[in-house]
Structures are given as C-alpha cells and as structure tokens.
Write a protein that binds this ligand. Structure first.
Ligand code: M6R
Length: 368
C-alpha cells in the first residue's frame, strides 16, 4: 500500500499534485468562487472586518503563508495564531470576526478549544479540515474540506499543501464578497491556483537530487532554514519537518533577522537551507537574500539554495542548488516546500529512523 515506496511519506509527497487538484475542484463555477457546506452567507462574508487563522504545527504554517495572500486580496487584517496561545489569552472577537480553524485531523484538542472559545465570543468560525465529519468542522459555522486523502505519515505533507490552497480559497471568497477584487481578477487568481498541481509535479523531479543531498548531510548537528516573505513560513515548515523526523536541531528564520542574532550560529560546515524568492517577481527581496547567502557562506556555512530555475545570480553562492519551477510569488510555497519535505525524510531514513512514525509523536494530538 506504500505504492512501491520505502515509506508512506514519500508516497504522500508524490500525491501532492492530486491533493491540490482535488482540493480546488468544484470551487469555481459560473465565474465565482464557491465554498462548500457554506453556512456563512455572502452578507456574513461582507461583514467580516478581521480574520484570525488558528491552528497548530504545520497547519499553523499554512496560515502564516495564507496571511500574505488574504491581506493582499482582501485588505482585511489577518492574525495567525497558535491555537494553544489564542485560547488562553483574551483575543478581541465579535460577530464580524472570521476565525479560520485549520486542522488536518479535525480533532486537535487546542484547535477545538480555540473554536469553542471563538464561538462563545460570537465570532464566525470556518473550519479547513481534511477529515469528514471530524469534531472541529462539526462545531464550526462552516467547513471547507481539503481533499488530500488520508495522510498516514505523522509528518504532514500533502495535507499542508492542500491547507494552503484551501486558505487561499477562503481569501478569494472574501475578496469576491467584499469586492476588493473584480470578478475577472478572482478568476485569474483561481486559474493560477489551478496551475499549481502541474508545477508541484515538476518539482518532484528534484526528489532524487534532494535524497542524495539528504544522505550527504545526514550527520550534521543542526540545520538552519532562511526565507523571506512567503518563504519565511516555508523555512519554519522545513525546520519542523527536520525536527520531528530526524530529531535534529533545526530552526527557521526570517532572513532579515540574520543580523539580529542568528548569524552568530553560523559555523564551518553548518548546512543552511535558503528559500529564494523569484529574481523577477521579487527582485528587491531576491537581492537582499543573495547578500545574506554570501555573508553566511563567507562564514563557512554550507549553503543549500532552493531557487527558481534560471536564477543565475544565486549560483555562485550555492554549494547545493535545487531548482524549482517559476510560479507567481503566492504559489511559491507550494513548490518550495516539497524539497524540504524530501530532505527531512531522507535525513531521517539515513539516520535509521522510522520516517512514518517519529518517536514521541501522534498523528492527531487529542490531548493538550
Ligand atoms: O491535525 P492537525 O492539522 O490539527 O495537526 C496539527 C499538528 O499537530 C500537525 O500539523 C503536526 O505539527 C505535524 N506532525 C507536522 O508535520
């Protein structure tokens, strides 16, 4: 049932194009974004004046990615918060607050309690969930299902990508209801999203290269991940994958923070994975990251650079270069995360660990 793969996670990584396509299917018809099981009216969506995304672990990272898109499309303020923090403070919520609760399992205790708290405060709650009929969607006002299919590996892969796509659908639905995007712009954004599965399929051609790289750096003591803009949450996700699977110290940083502390960690031979923005789409950020890479390389870091194909400026600073297809900036996390998943899995395997069942972790965390 692993479909000829050594571990489920690799199978699930390869299922990501389908997970995305299935999650998007049916959500655009008659020129409009449609959300399923919608118990929120268009008027409710129009009234929204603030969005919270609450989640844990990888689902939280999917929210961090989506913040860039939702704020850009809707001009609504979006706060992304760990469910375990949200529920124990006193967040400002009312009936015009939309709380998006993201959970693969739909059973995560902290996220469920956060949903209950939000509903008590009269906020509208929309669940983004991969499991039919789970508790979180049952207790929410509306649900948007990700259709990633069952995820067996404890480390989230295809569900994570599907969560990003679903969160983007929520953003587009809000933009459409509020009129912050014209219908043709919404249609164009959706069409771009629909092209993502093919781009993810293309990035899967780097799997062998990245597995080989993983075997070569498997005895490192730590790995750092750097990114900016949407590449920052990707860096956090890459680090989380490595921690949970390979039991290695791994940290994700916003590259702009390097000089505010993390650069002190750089030492000879330390692998640093850098998620590059597009040289064309984000030229200013790209230039800043090139300068960051040259600085860390000069201090001895082993630079592993995830960059858009044809990005020649970065080549001299990359000890290892993994090329990803050129896609619009907001879609880049869907492709740049894939090599980081493969890297973590292969390092774990090389170190002799069970990739699908890392120690101390459960697939769904139903206790706090
Ligand atoms: O089922 P959920 O999406 O609510 O789970 C949230 C986290 O427990 C989950 O994403 C966890 O961080 C994964 N093991 C990460 O790979």
């Amino acid at each position: 049932e692993k479909g000829g793969h050594e571990y489920f996670m690799l199978k699930e990584i390869e299922e990501q194009p389908d997970a995305l396509a299935n999650t998007l299917r049916g959500h655009f018809s008659d020129g409009r974004i449609v959300l399923d099981e919608q118990r929120l009216s268009d008027q409710d969506l129009r009234d929204v004046d603030k969005v919270f995304v609450i989640a844990c672990g990888s689902a939280y990272h999917s929210g961090l990615v989506a913040k860039y898109a939702i704020e850009h499309w809707t001009r609504l303020p979006v706060e992304v918060e760990l469910a375990s923090e949200f529920r124990y403070r006193d967040p400002v919520l009312d009936r015009d607050t939309l709380v998006v609760a993201v959970s693969q399992s739909g059973e995560t205790a902290d996220t469920l309690e956060a949903v209950r708290h939000a509903r008590e405060q009269k906020a509208r709650v929309l669940a983004v969930c991969n499991t039919n009929g789970a508790q979180i969607p049952r207790e929410s006002d509306a649900v948007l299902y990700t259709h990633a299919g069952p995820e067996i590996g404890v480390a989230s892969t295809k569900a994570f990508l599907a969560q990003i796509a679903a969160n983007y659908l929520v953003g587009l639905a809000l933009a459409q209801a509020r009129g912050t995007k014209y219908p043709d712009e919404v249609a164009r954004e959706f069409a771009e999203l629909e092209a993502a599965p093919a781009a993810v399929q293309k990035v899967l051609s780097t799997v062998d290269q990245v597995r080989d790289l993983g075997r070569r750096i498997a005895d490192s003591r730590a790995v750092l991940f750097l990114g900016r803009h949407v590449g920052f949450p990707v860096a956090l996700e890459g680090a989380l994958k490595l921690k949970e699977l390979a039991y290695m110290h791994a940290e994700g940083f916003a590259a702009g923070e390097l000089k505010h502390g993390p650069i002190a960690l750089i030492e000879d031979g330390l692998p640093v994975v850098v998620v590059m923005p597009s040289p064309k789409g984000r030229a200013v950020l790209h230039a800043k990251l090139v300068s960051n890479i040259s600085e860390i390389q000069a201090r001895g870091a082993r630079t592993i650079v995830i960059a858009e194909e044809g990005d020649e400026t970065v080549r001299p600073f990359a000890d290892e270069l993994v090329e990803i297809p050129a896609v619009p900036t907001l879609l880049q996390p869907l492709v740049s995360t894939v090599p980081l998943q493969v890297l973590a899995a292969e390092i774990a395997k090389t170190r002799g660990y069970d990739v699908d069942k890392p120690r101390n972790l459960a697939k769904s965390v139903t206790v706090e």
